[in-house]
Design a binder for this molecule. Structure first.
Ligand code: PYC
Length: 318
């Protein structure tokens, strides 16, 4: 008799969205990444088990928009958890919306309570203050502007100036452009920002140490006067961030501090393309800009992903 199903594996996930941007938190199942420093475990996932990233996030079980948050035991006793963020294209250093989603997920599971916690990420330990079951403030890794006003020639569009900044990922931030940042224009915004990314790469414009700039961020005036600015962020796998982007807001605040336009404890209300808002602040410590981002997340699903040996798409499409 042929068995009806032949599961290769089961992976338990909890899905949430933060300001509209989804996060899939991997709770159990999947490969053993061993122990030791988180960067070594990320390397094991990247080199030996990358098919699991695609299987969990890409179609037919996921989509280009989802960011994965692989929950792991911390290797430091003062941390509540460790996490590796990933998407349809690869791995992220940090993820602001994802960390808020993770905090709300851990609260939903009863693994953390109200108050402050520390979470390890591959680019450093971040702080989380769980303020309510759905709201958290994260304290990010230090952010900084690497290059101010770099010009790039974008084929078909012309020349644009932007700042190169780190907010846990590398960003190119453009203020002056001809586009209206509204949902109806996302195809046009995606094509433009994708062209900017290609132009930066061809021109050899990078973050420090030659790091690829894989997030492009456009700014405009906010639609809601209660906010300070609106953004559109293109993520590395060509999906746009539905949220105002925590690492992108961190990079923006580092540029504002460098320009003398934001000081410690000022509030920066960053509106995203859906109109949702992250509230940002900075702390300056030993000359470093340490951003905080407050946002809300909601649990959307508790699921078990099944991977059948006979399924031609068990490792995802793409
Ligand atoms: O919130 O930092 C963020 C983020 C990065 C990519 C998608 N969201």
């Amino acid at each position: 008799m042929t068995p009806p199903h032949n599961p290769l594996a089961k992976i338990t996930v909890l899905d949430s969205h933060t300001a509209g941007e989804p996060t899939r938190c991997v709770l159990a199942g999947g490969p053993d990444l061993g122990s030791g420093p988180l960067t070594a475990r990320l390397e094991r996932l990247r080199v030996d088990h990358d098919h699991w990233r695609r299987a969990i996030l890409c179609e037919p079980r996921g989509s280009d928009v989802i960011v994965g948050a692989w929950l792991l035991p911390p290797d430091s006793p003062d941390c509540a958890a460790a996490v590796i963020f990933f998407n349809n294209a690869g791995y992220l250093g940090m993820c602001g919306h994802g960390t808020i989603g993770l905090a709300v997920t851990l609260a939903y599971l009863g693994r953390i309570g109200p108050g402050t916690h520390r979470i390890q990420t591959p680019v450093g330990t971040v702080g989380v203050n769980l303020e309510s079951p759905n709201t958290a403030t994260i304290e990010n890794v230090p952010a900084f502007r690497h290059i101010a006003g770099e010009r790039v020639q974008v084929p078909g569009y012309g020349g644009f100036a932007g700042d190169v900044a780190w907010g846990g990922n590398w960003f190119f931030l453009i203020k002056n452009h001809p586009f209206d940042l509204r949902l109806e224009s996302v195809d046009q915004l995606t094509e433009f920002t994708w062209a900017v990314r290609g132009a930066l790469s061809r021109a050899g414009i990078t973050g420090s140490g030659g790091a690829e700039i894989d997030h492009i961020e456009l700014f405009s005036n906010p639609h809601d006067p209660a906010n300070h600015g609106r953004n559109f962020v293109l993520c590395p796998g060509k999906a746009y961030d539905r949220s105002p982007c925590g690492t992108g807001t961190s990079a923006k605040m580092a540029c504002l501090v460098a320009d003398g336009k934001l000081a410690q404890d000022d509030t920066w209300r960053q509106e995203g393309i859906l109109g949702t808002v992250f509230e940002g602040r900075v702390r300056i410590e030993n000359g470093q800009v340490i951003p905080s981002i407050t946002g809300s997340a909601f649990i959307t699903a508790e699921s078990t992903l099944l991977f059948d040996c006979a399924d031609p798409f068990r490792e995802g499409i793409g």
